[in-house]
Design a protein around this ligand. Structure first.
Ligand SMILES: Cc1cc2nc3c(=O)[nH]c(=O)nc-3n(C[C@H](O)[C@H](O)[C@H](O)COP(=O)(O)OP(=O)(O)OC[C@H]3O[C@@H](n4cnc5c(N)ncnc54)[C@H](O)[C@@H]3O)c2cc1C
Length: 206
């Protein structure tokens, strides 16, 4: 965490903005000497990142023991096409958080974390859907990771070529790759007359 090159940033605003825009993180941990990096969803409340899943999940069972964990979040904003192979790059924003997670046992905090997961994916949805039952809550493990040792790294802008390469007749620039929602596909068993919710229209992550 100390050896951060020029694109490093630690400020909370940058970190939180990246976390709130992304909806997948990769969770790294070691079991019996074997590293695992597992993709999963997450939620955030202030300086706490929440993970959730089946109580049977090895990832959640392992992390609830308080083992060291590394959570990584990546947003890829665009392809940076340079005139030389060497200077090709990607515009990205990423976060790496290190720490130890704790098992969330308080029912109110657990329910709030589940609300955050849902709202993190689609703001406005929680108020409309059926909330978790007692049974469903029992079968779900929620973990909280304090965002204490966290860094962000950001690359923006166009390619930076070697001076002599600017004369090459090669297209150079950025191909933006935003996350764009396509037309919603209604479930085959959707109740007749159920409209697409207002919060789904113009869905954007950023
Ligand atoms: C976008 C996304 C979001 C997800 N969100 C959640 C979430 O919120 N909560 C949740 O519990 N799970 C989520 N998953 C599933 C998650 O990746 C794991 O598969 C799941 O948590 C089971 O983990 P486990 O440690 O119990 O794996 P195990 O069942 O112990 O897995 C056994 C082995 O299968 C392989 N494996 C496990 N998961 C994957 C995978 N995703 N892809 C390829 N190989 C795999 C690994 O080699 C692993 O060692 C998500 C997956 C994706 C891709």
């Amino acid at each position: 965490m100390k050896r951060l090159p020029k694109r490093g940033a630690y400020d909370r605003e940058t970190v939180f903005k990246i976390l709130d825009e992304a909806f997948v993180c990769h969770v790294g941990f070691v079991v019996d000497g074997q590293p695992f990096v597992i993709p999963t969803n997450f939620g955030r409340s202030g300086e706490t990142l929440y993970l959730h899943g089946s109580a049977a999940s090895r990832m959640l069972r392992t992390l609830s023991e308080g083992v060291p964990v590394c959570v990584t979040v990546t947003l890829t904003d665009g392809l940076v096409l340079a005139r030389s192979a060497f200077h090709h790059s990607v515009n990205y924003r990423s976060v790496v958080a290190l720490g130890r997670a704790r098992l969330v046992e308080d029912p109110a905090e657990k329910m709030e974390a589940l609300r955050l997961f849902t709202e993190h994916i689609m703001k406005g949805r929680w108020d409309e859907i059926r909330w978790p039952s007692e049974q469903e809550l029992k079968g779900t493990t929620v973990l909280a990771l304090p965002l204490e040792e966290v860094s962000a790294k950001v690359r923006t802008g166009g390619p930076v070529d070697d001076e002599e390469d600017y004369a090459l007749p090669v297209w150079a620039g950025v191909l933006p790759l935003p996350v764009v929602a396509a037309e919603p596909i209604a479930d085959a068993r959707l109740r007749a007359g159920t409209e697409i919710p207002r919060y789904m229209r113009n869905y954007k992550r950023s």
